[in-house]
Design a protein. Structure first.
Length: 277
């Protein structure tokens, strides 16, 4: 009886999946950046108040918080518009990028056909293309979503190509030795190999999609955080600008953490996740 109790205690102490260890891991992830953020905000507040910096140049964090409380309903509605545009663009850009990346990875002809066009798109500034989308589609969701899709397209394309081609030669020889079909090689070998590359690209594309959506809103929009920032800048409403930017930053952090969470569940078998635990 005593031996079983000792074994259970040892398992609870060393088990990495216990609720207590999970809570410790969450605290270890949140506390250090939280402390750093508090120090920055306190220092910011002190500098602005001691130096009497005008609010139209640099508002104190307390002023931004008061402004956010005053207009939070409007800001949250516009944040929802920007988020929807970014997510639609992320879905479009990721789907097209992975689909073309799959074709390019399997065909040299497709690589010569698609890759130069993709590089040209990547080299073109988004802000130069956004007015054309506004002209073609009007002040709707689609122009901003397309700008966000362009921002996500090339990272997903290039990472899917690299991932699908980064198959271990020994593993490929084994699949060929057991006469696996091309379909089996693709789904059971190439796709699992490419998943870490795709998630790495997705973490980048989450932020890029928000940037693309805001760029589209700055060019022409009737709602969204980009529209709020542009309107506030014209009227020297600096606290409103900072509030919108802080909300954008929070959205980016939350979306990135969601991608990391999904990645940890899908790639629990990969070495990169074992090193995190």
């Amino acid at each position: 009886m005593d031996m079983s109790v000792d074994i259970d205690r040892a398992a609870g102490k060393g088990g990495g999946s216990s609720p207590l260890n999970w809570l410790r891991g969450v605290v270890a992830e949140i506390v250090p950046p939280g402390i750093a953020l508090i120090v920055i905000l306190v220092g910011w507040e002190a500098v602005v108040r001691l130096a009497n910096v005008p609010i139209y140049l640099l508002p104190a964090p307390s002023a931004m918080f008061v402004k956010f409380l005053a207009i939070h309903n409007s800001l949250l509605q516009d944040a929802g518009v920007t988020l929807l545009e970014a997510l639609v663009g992320l879905a479009i850009g990721s789907t097209v990028g992975v689909a073309l990346g799959t074709l390019v990875a399997r065909s040299v002809f497709m690589e010569r056909l698609v890759y130069p066009v993709a590089v040209t798109i990547r080299a073109t500034p988004f802000i130069a293309i956004a007015p054309l989308f506004i002209l073609w589609f009007g002040f709707t969701l689609m122009p901003k979503a397309l700008v966000a899709a362009l921002a996500c397209f090339f990272p997903m394309l290039s990472n899917s190509i690299v991932g699908l081609r980064s198959v271990d030669a020994t593993a490929l020889e084994f699949f060929q030795s057991v006469r696996a079909s091309p379909r089996q090689v693709f789904w059971r070998l190439r796709v699992p190999t490419a998943l870490p590359y795709l998630f790495a690209s997705l973490r980048l594309c989450v932020s890029m999609s928000l940037i693309g959506a805001v760029v589209g809103e700055l060019v022409g929009a009737r709602a969204g955080l980009g529209f709020i920032i542009d309107d506030a800048a014209q009227n020297l409403l600096t606290p409103t600008i900072f509030s919108a930017v802080a909300l954008l930053t929070l959205m980016g952090v939350v979306l990135s953490e969601l991608v990391v969470l999904v990645e940890s569940r899908v790639l629990f078998w990969h070495e990169s996740q074992r090193q995190r635990t």
